[in-house]
Design a protein around this ligand. Structure first.
Ligand SMILES: NC(=O)C1=CN([C@@H]2O[C@H](COP(=O)(O)OP(=O)(O)OC[C@H]3O[C@@H](n4cnc5c(N)ncnc54)[C@H](OP(=O)(O)O)[C@@H]3O)[C@@H](O)[C@H]2O)C=CC1
Ligand SMILES: O=C(O)C1=N[C@H](C(=O)O)C[C@H](O)C1
Length: 271
C-alpha cells in the first residue's frame, strides 16, 4: 500500500484527491494537512473534505508530523508558496512529491528545482491525461503549420482562481514558443491601448474568469482564410486527481529530479 499524505485537504483539489484516493487500490491515506489557522485543522479529514464518511484521521497543520505516519509520498495542490515550503521539508525527510500547485515565479520554481536534487518531484500544472496530450498535439501543430499562422492561447477558469494566466496556459505558451523557435520575450499577456499591428512572432496569452468553470484551454492558429482551434475542456476535477494519483505511484520509483506529466504518461517531452 502506498502511504500517502494529501496537503490542503479541504480545498477543491485536496478534497477531490481524498475522495478518489479512498477508492484507489494499492494506496492508503496516512496524513492530511491544511493551513495553520484553517478551521479544517483538528477536524476529521473526511469531514474537512466534505465526504459522506469520516476517515478516522485528524487534519494537521504540520506536514512533518503527517509524514511521521510513515508517508512514502506527498500530493500537494495548495499554492506555489506553500508548495515551496512543503518541498523543502520533503527534501529533508526524503519523501517524493507530486506538486500540482500553479502560480510559480522563476524564484519559487527554482526552489522546487533545488529540492528535487534530493527527492523525485513531479511538478505539473495540469495532471489530466487529456491536457497533456493536447500539449503534445499543440507542439506538433505549431511545427507543421509553422510561420503564417498567428498563435494565441485562451484559458477560462472559475471565479475563485487566484493566479493568471493558468499554469497550463503558460506551459502551452512555452511549448508553442519552443516549437516555433521563439522565446519568452515573444509572449504577450493581454492587450490594451494603441499597440499597432500584431507582430507575427507574438504568442498571445489571455485569461477569462467566471462562475464555476473547471478549466478550459484553447490554442488558436489564425491563418489567412482558415483557422485551427485546439480545445480542452475539463468538466470535473476528478481527471486532475486521477492523474495526480497515477503520478504518485510513478514518482516513488524515480531518482531525484524534476519530472512532469509527460514523463509519467510516457509522452515525448515537449520543452
Ligand atoms: N495541476 C493540476 O492539474 C491542477 C492544479 N490546480 C492548482 O492547485 C492549487 C489548488 O487549487 P484549488 O484546490 O482549486 O484551490 P483551493 O483554494 O480550493 O485549495 C487550496 C487549499 O490549500 C490550503 N493551503 C494553503 N496553504 C497551505 C499550507 N501551507 N498547508 C496546507 N494547506 C494549505 C488552502 O487552505 P485555505 O483555504 O485555508 O487557505 C486550501 O484549502 C492551485 O494552485 C491551482 O491552480 C488546480 C486544479 C488542477
Ligand atoms: O486553479 C484551477 O482550478 C486549475 N489550475 C490549473 C492551471 O492553472 O493550469 C489546471 C486546471 O486548469 C485547473
Amino acid at each position: 500500500m502506498l502511504r500517502t499524505v494529501i496537503t490542503g485537504v479541504s480545498g477543491r483539489m485536496g478534497s477531490t484527491l481524498l475522495r478518489l484516493a479512498r477508492s484507489t487500490p494499492g494506496l492508503t491515506v496516512v496524513g492530511a494537512t491544511s493551513r495553520t489557522g484553517s478551521p479544517a485543522v483538528g477536524q476529521d479529514a473526511g469531514t474537512a473534505a466534505r465526504l459522506s464518511d469520516p476517515l478516522g484521521l485528524a487534519v494537521l497543520d504540520d506536514l512533518g508530523k503527517a509524514i511521521d505516519a510513515g508517508a512514502q509520498v506527498v500530493i500537494d495542490f495548495t499554492s506555489a508558496e506553500a508548495s515551496v515550503e512543503h518541498a523543502r521539508l520533503c527534501a529533508v525527510r526524503g519523501v517524493p512529491m507530486v506538486i500540482g500547485s500553479t502560480g510559480f515565479s522563476p524564484d519559487t520554481r527554482s526552489e522546487v528545482a533545488s529540492a528535487s536534487m534530493s527527492i523525485p518531484i513531479v511538478l505539473a500544472p495540469n495532471t489530466s491525461v487529456g491536457v497533456n496530450v493536447v500539449i503534445q498535439v499543440a507542439a506538433e501543430l505549431a511545427r507543421v503549420l509553422g510561420e503564417g499562422f498567428d498563435v494565441e492561447v485562451l484559458e477560462t477558469h472559475h471565479n475563485k482562481k487566484k493566479d493568471a494566466p493558468s499554469g497550463t496556459a503558460l506551459r502551452l505558451a512555452e511549448v508553442l514558443a519552443q516549437s516555433l523557435g521563439r522565446t519568452s520575450d515573444d509572449l504577450v499577456f493581454a492587450r490594451k491601448g494603441w499597440l499597432g499591428a500584431r507582430a507575427p512572432q507574438e504568442i498571445g496569452v489571455q485569461a477569462l474568469r467566471g462562475g464555476d468553470v473547471v478549466g478550459e484551454h484553447t490554442v488558436f492558429f489564425f491563418g489567412e482564410g482558415e483557422r485551427v482551434e485546439l480545445t480542452h475542456r475539463a468538466t470535473s476535477r476528478d481527471q486532475f486527481a486521477k492523474g495526480a494519483l497515477r503520478a504518485a505511484n510513478w514518482v516513488v520509483a524515480q531518482r531525484p529530479g524534476i519530472y512532469d506529466m509527460a514523463d509519467v504518461l510516457g509522452l515525448k517531452r515537449t520543452a
